[in-house]
Design a protein around this ligand. Structure first.
Ligand code: GDP
Ligand code: ZN
Length: 292
C-alpha cells in the first residue's frame, strides 16, 4: 500500500493511507544503510504487519518532488502564511523573513491575513499594496464571519501545503474550519498520535480531503538555512529581481551603491518601502552573522 508519512516520532512513522487509515510503521534497517531518512511528507510503500492494530513497515520511499530544510519536510507544493490583519498587527519583518526562506527553497507562497473583520477596505488595500506587486497572492479571511474560508479551501485543494504563522493570528481557528468536513474520518488520527507525544512539537501533516494535506508548522523558521548568504537575499525579493539588471554595479547590494535599479524603482514607488526597509534589516542581520 502507498501512503504519506504525516508524522514521525522517535523512530515511528505514522503513514496515512487514503481509504484505509493510519498505520504506525517502523522503517527497515535498509534505509539507515542507504543514508536515507524518511521525512514527514514522504510518499512511501508500506507492508502491513498487523491490520487489526494498524502496524506496518516502511518498505520504500518514493521519489521526492522536493525537500525542505526548514521545516524538514518533503513534497511540499505551497506555503500558506497566516498573519492577523490586526490584533496583533502583522509583523512585516517576520513575514518577509518567511517569504525569503520559501523563495530560497522555491516554494510558492500564499499570504493570508486573517481577522479581516477587524479592518476596513482601505487597510486591506494597504496590505495588498505591499505584497501583490511582489507577485504574492494575498487573501483575507475571518473565522468569525466565515469570509474567505472557502477561498482557502479552494487554494489548498489537491496540494500539500505548509501552514505557518506566529501565535495568536488564528491559525488553529482556520485549521479547525478546514478540518470540519472530514473530522469524522480523521478524528482517530490525532488520538493515535497522541500516545507517542512526549517530546517537543514536531511538524505534523493533517489530511483534510483526498489528496489534500496541510502541515501545521510550529513556530517560525529562522534564516539559518545552510548556504544562505547576504548576497542571496535580493534574489528572494521577486520585485527586486526585475530591476536588478538596471544596477550599474555587478553584485550590487542595493543599499549604498549609486545608479541602483532597485533603489530607483523604490523612488518611483514600484517597490514597497516596507519591503525595502525589511530587506536592509535582514541584510544587516545576515552580514553580522557572517563575521563568525
Ligand atoms: P493561533 O495561536 O494562531 O492558533 O490562534 P487561535 O486560533 O488560537 O486564535 C487566537 C485568538 O484570535 C482567539 O481568541 C480567536 O478567537 C481569535 N480569532 C481567530 N480568528 C479570528 C478572526 O477571524 N477574527 C477575530 N476577530 N478574531 C479571531
Ligand atoms: Zn542595485
Amino acid at each position: 500500500m502507498t501512503g504519506k508519512i504525516i508524522k514521525g516520532i522517535s523512530g515511528f512513522y505514522y503513514v496515512y493511507v487514503e481509504g484505509a487509515g493510519l498505520y504506525e510503521c517502523k522503517a527497515k534497517g535498509a534505509f539507515r544503510k542507504q543514508k536515507i531518512k524518511p521525512l514527514v511528507g514522504d510518499m512511501v510503500d508500506i507492508a502491513v504487519l498487523d491490520e487489526e492494530n494498524k502496524l506496518g513497515n516502511v518498505e520504500e520511499i518514493l521519489p521526492r518532488k522536493n525537500e525542505l530544510i526548514r521545516p524538514a519536510v518533503s513534497n511540499i507544493d505551497m506555503a500558506l502564511v497566516i498573519f492577523a490583519s490586526a490584533k496583533p498587527d502583522p509583523n512585516f519583518n517576520l513575514l518577509d523573513r518567511f517569504l525569503c526562506m520559501m523563495e530560497y527553497q522555491k516554494v510558492p507562497v500564499t499570504i493570508c491575513f486573517n481577522k479581516m473583520d477587524l479592518i476596513d477596505k482601505e487597510k486591506q488595500d494597504e496590505l495588498r499594496a505591499i505584497y501583490e506587486p511582489a507577485g504574492y497572492r494575498v487573501i483575507f479571511t475571518s473565522t468569525k464571519t466565515g469570509e474567505g474560508i472557502d477561498t482557502v479551501r479552494h487554494i489548498l485543494e489537491g496540494k500539500t501545503t505548509t501552514v505557518a504563522g506566529p501565535s495568536g493570528v488564528g491559525k488553529s481557528s482556520i485549521i479547525n474550519c478546514l478540518q470540519d468536513e472530514i473530522q469524522m474520518e480523521t478524528g482517530h488520527i490525532s488520538k493515535k498520535i497522541e500516545r507517542g507525544k512526549h517530546t517537543t512539537r514536531h511538524s505534523e501533516i493533517i489530511p483534510i480531503a483526498d489528496g489534500t494535506y496541510i502541515m501545521d508548522t510550529p513556530g517560525f523558521s529562522s534564516m539559518d538555512v545552510p548556504g544562505f548568504e547576504k548576497e542571496d537575499l535580493w534574489t528572494c525579493y521577486p520585485e527586486f529581481v526585475e530591476h536588478e539588471p538596471y544596477c550599474r554595479f555587478q553584485g550590487c547590494s542595493h543599499i549604498n551603491e549609486p545608479d541602483c535599479g532597485v533603489k530607483e524603482a523604490l523612488e518611483r514607488g514600484e517597490i514597497s518601502q516596507v519591503r525595502y526597509d525589511n530587506y536592509k534589516l535582514l541584510y544587516e542581520e545576515l552580514k553580522s552573522r557572517q563575521r563568525y
